[in-house]
Unconditional design. Structure first.
Length: 71
């Protein structure tokens, strides 16, 4: 099932009090999600991390809110 998601561009990373805010998809355990989620290497202050991003079109995005998110 394709869920509605609120996203932000990978180029606009969010920095919170505990550091880099990770995308929801990294910790989601929803089994019936059919959104186009892909693992991608992202450089965060010179450190490369592998995160899951929503890839629709040209620019990949971080999911920050999703109807189907299960922790």
């Amino acid at each position: 099932m394709e869920y509605k998601c609120q996203t932000i561009s990978v180029s606009r990373m969010v920095i919170g009090p505990q550091g880099f805010v990770k995308p929801l998809c990294d910790t989601c355990s929803c089994r019936d999600c059919s959104n186009s989620i892909e693992k991608m290497n992202v450089s965060i202050f010179g450190v490369t991390k592998k995160v899951k991003v929503l890839n629709k079109g040209v620019n990949p995005s971080f999911v920050v809110q999703c109807e189907g998110y299960l922790k």
